[in-house]
Design a protein around this ligand. Structure first.
Ligand code: FES
Length: 130
């Protein structure tokens, strides 16, 4: 069973979904994992009805951090802000589907931390985040 999940993780790492940046995101945030310096940025475009209609992530890092970011973009696309805010640690860990040690859990949760930063409108790094 683990092999299947490993395959899925590698596929997201090699063929990331929604990779890149948005030109005029309504929400954006970037952060890094202080342990290794790996970085993730997430841009969202939320429409007037409060639904996430576009999402992109960018960054570099290990397979777990990048694959979990890719998976997270698929999870939030089409969701309302409230639904996205309700996503938690267990949702990411379930999507990855393999047991992770404490260091790897930090890798897995980096994208969630960045998503929350974007959703809650923490000051981001994008120049054009109006
Ligand atoms: Fe850096 Fe995984 S080793 S986020």
């Amino acid at each position: 069973m683990d092999d299947l999940y490993r395959e899925i993780i590698l596929d997201h790492y090699r063929n990331p979904r929604n990779k890149g940046t948005l030109e005029h995101p309504t929400h954006t945030f970037q952060d890094d994992n202080p342990l290794c310096g790996d970085r993730i940025r997430i841009d969202l475009k939320v429409n007037g009805a409060g639904v996430i209609e576009q999402v992109r992530f960018d960054g570099e890092g290990c397979a777990i951090s990048q694959a979990s970011a890719s998976m997270l973009t698929e999870m939030v696309l089409g969701k309302s802000l409230e639904e996205a805010k309700a996503l938690g640690k267990q949702d990411i860990l379930d999507a990855l589907g393999i047991p992770l040690g404490p260091v790897r859990i930090k890798c897995a949760l980096l994208s969630l931390k960045v998503l929350k930063g974007a959703l809650y409108g923490l000051p981001g790094v994008a120049e054009d985040d109006e």
